[in-house]
Design a binder for this molecule. Structure first.
Ligand SMILES: [Zn+2]
Ligand SMILES: [Zn+2]
Length: 245
C-alpha cells in the first residue's frame, strides 16, 4: 500500500502551524508515507501572507511552505503535492482544494473572496476537486455546521484531530449523500496522538491522480495511533467512529 497525508500545514504559510515544510516531510518520511499534500490555510484563513500586498506577491508567499516541503521531498524521495484549504472567512467552515496549481492561483485574482458555491463551481470547471474538511467540527468560534453536499466531491470522514463523534457524523453525512469518504491528519506540528493516511495500491504521479482514485472509490482510509516509539498502530473502524455514550 502507498500512503498519503492529504491535509497538513507548514509554518511558512499557515500562522497556526508549528512545523516548517522540510521538517514535516522528514516526519512523514520517518513513518514510511509515500506522499504528502500541503494544504496551507488560504487568504481567507489563518495565513502568514499579508493581505495588503499585490496578488502575485501574495501567491508567491503562499507557495513558500509547499516549495520548502517539495524541495525536501525531492531530496529524500517523498512525493509532495500542492493544495490549499479554502475557508468561509471567520466561520470555521473549511474546504480542501486539490488538482489546481500555483499558476492557477496567479490567474484567479481574488478567488479567496468568492462565495463557497461559486468557488466550488470554478474549481470543478478547471478540473479540480473540493473536499469538505471536518464538516462536523464543534468549537466556540464556529457558529453553525454548514453543509454543501451538492458542491463537494468528498467528505473528510476521518480527521485525525477530531473526536470520534464528529468523524462519525461526517461518515453518516457522506453515506447519506453518496459522497466519497476521505481522510487527513490536519497536521500542524508533526507527531500527533493519531495520524490519518489515505491508501492507494499504486504510486500517484499527481494529486489529481489521487483524487481520481478517490472518485472511483479505489482508495482506503486509515487512522493510526502514534506511539511514543514512533510506531503506527491501525485503529479499528468501530473505534474511529465510536458511539459517544
Ligand atoms: Zn490551522
Ligand atoms: Zn487544516
Amino acid at each position: 500500500m502507498y500512503t498519503y497525508e492529504m491535509h497538513c500545514h507548514t509554518a511558512e504559510t499557515s500562522k497556526c502551524s508549528r512545523i516548517v515544510g522540510a521538517d514535516l516531510i522528514d516526519f512523514y518520511h520517518s513513518l514510511g508515507y509515500t506522499g504528502v499534500v500541503i494544504t496551507d490555510h488560504f487568504f481567507n484563513g489563518n495565513t502568514t501572507v499579508p493581505a495588503e500586498l499585490p496578488w502575485a506577491e501574495r501567491v508567491e508567499l503562499f507557495a513558500e511552505g509547499y516549495r520548502a516541503a517539495k524541495r525536501r521531498g525531492d531530496e529524500i524521495g517523498v512525493d509532495v503535492f500542492f493544495g490549499w484549504e479554502f475557508s468561509i472567512r471567520g466561520c470555521g467552515n473549511d474546504f480542501l482544494t486539490y488538482g489546481l496549481d500555483i499558476d492557477w492561483l496567479h490567474a484567479h485574482e481574488d478567488c479567496d473572496q468568492l462565495h463557497i458555491n461559486d468557488f466550488c463551481d470554478l474549481v470543478h470547471r478547471d478540473g479540480g476537486y473540493v473536499v469538505h474538511a471536518h464538516p462536523f467540527r464543534e468549537a466556540g468560534y464556529i457558529d453553525m455546521i454548514r453543509l454543501v453536499p451538492r458542491k463537494v466531491d468528498a467528505v473528510e470522514t476521518i480527521n485525525a484531530c477530531r473526536k470520534p463523534f464528529e468523524n462519525r457524523m461526517a461518515d453518516q453525512y457522506a453515506g447519506n449523500y453518496g459522497l466519497h469518504g476521505f481522510c487527513g491528519s490536519d497536521n500542524h506540528r508533526g507527531p500527533l496522538p493519531k495520524l490519518a493516511a489515505l491508501g492507494l495500491d499504486f504510486r500517484a504521479d499527481s494529486v489529481r491522480a489521487i483524487l481520481e482514485a478517490v472518485m472511483r472509490d479505489e482508495h482506503s482510509l486509515h487512522l493510526y495511533d502514534y506511539t511514543e516509539s514512533g510506531a503506527l498502530l491501525e485503529v479499528p473502524n468501530e473505534k474511529i467512529f465510536a458511539d459517544p455514550s
